[in-house]
Design a protein around this ligand. Structure first.
Ligand code: T5A
Length: 205
């Protein structure tokens, strides 16, 4: 299975991904855990460029192509080989982040974003968990945890557009999306919903 976690800043993706890895260990399921940007050596360099507050990137188009480049390497070096071995792939952010941030947040033309995603030859995930929450709460958590990065420092309206774009793409791809309302929900309650959904999907397979 190829499972992705999506959501605005601080929505709890990493927390849930780590919980899922413990569960997979208990189930004796072999997996790899990865993320975008930064799932490869090349991606690590790109991640620094993309997220650093001192980044010299000024063009939103450059940003878009760097995310796409990160994904091409990630697919070639990590995701495709893992799926070919029969491992589960658990990925923090993927194509839906490009849609939400570059189309929603940065307001690139929608068709251009869909074309870029298509050109990366991305494999469609089996399941995508969208941890949906208000940007105010997500940013509050992100601020409490560490210094804010280049995206987290964007205006609230940027994050509101990101959230709306996520909900739009989740409706369009409802066959793979599971929207988890995460405001005020405990880590355990959210994780229970995730495991229920995974078990449902396994029974269908
Ligand atoms: N990006 C990425 C694009 O613009 N385009 C793209 O194509 C791609 C792939 C990546 C950035 O790049 C952008 C989007 C991003 O801005 P990132 O660091 O990978 O950045 O992503 P972040 O969202 O910034 O990751 P975070 O680690 O900040 O957020 P998470 O993983 O969603 O949240 P998490 O789990 O670390 O939790 C945040 C805090 O909340 C607490 C945790 O303990 C932690 O302190 N928490 C809870 N508290 C209360 N109740 C709960 N249920 C909680 N769950 C977690």
């Amino acid at each position: 299975m190829f499972i992705t976690f999506e959501g605005i800043e601080g929505s709890g993706k990493s927390t849930q991904r780590k919980r899922l890895l413990q569960w997979l260990d208990q189930q004796n399921i072999s997996y790899i855990s990865t993320r975008e940007p930064g799932g490869t050596g090349v991606g690590h360099v790109l991640r620094d460029l993309l997220l650093s507050n001192t980044s010299s990137i000024v063009s939103n188009r450059t940003e878009l192509f760097l995310f796409a480049a990160d994904r091409c390497e990630h697919l070639a070096q990590v995701i495709r080989p893992a799926l070919a071995r029969g491992d589960w792939v658990i990925c923090d952010r993927y194509v839906d982040s490009t849609y939400a941030y570059q189309c929603g947040g940065r307001e690139h033309n929608e068709q251009d974003i869909l074309d870029i995603i298509r050109l990366t030859n991305a494999i469609e995930p089996d399941l995508t968990f969208l941890l949906d929450m208000s940007p105010e709460e997500g940013l509050r958590r992100a601020k409490a945890r560490a210094d804010l990065d280049r995206f987290e420092n964007e205006q609230l309206s940027f994050h509101q557009r990101v959230r709306e774009a996520y909900l739009k793409t989740a409706t369009k791809h409802h066959h793979r999306f599971s929207i988890i309302p995460s405001d005020g929900q405990s880590v355990d309650a959210i994780f229970d919903m995730i495991v229920t959904k995974i078990n449902e999907r396994r029974q269908m397979a």
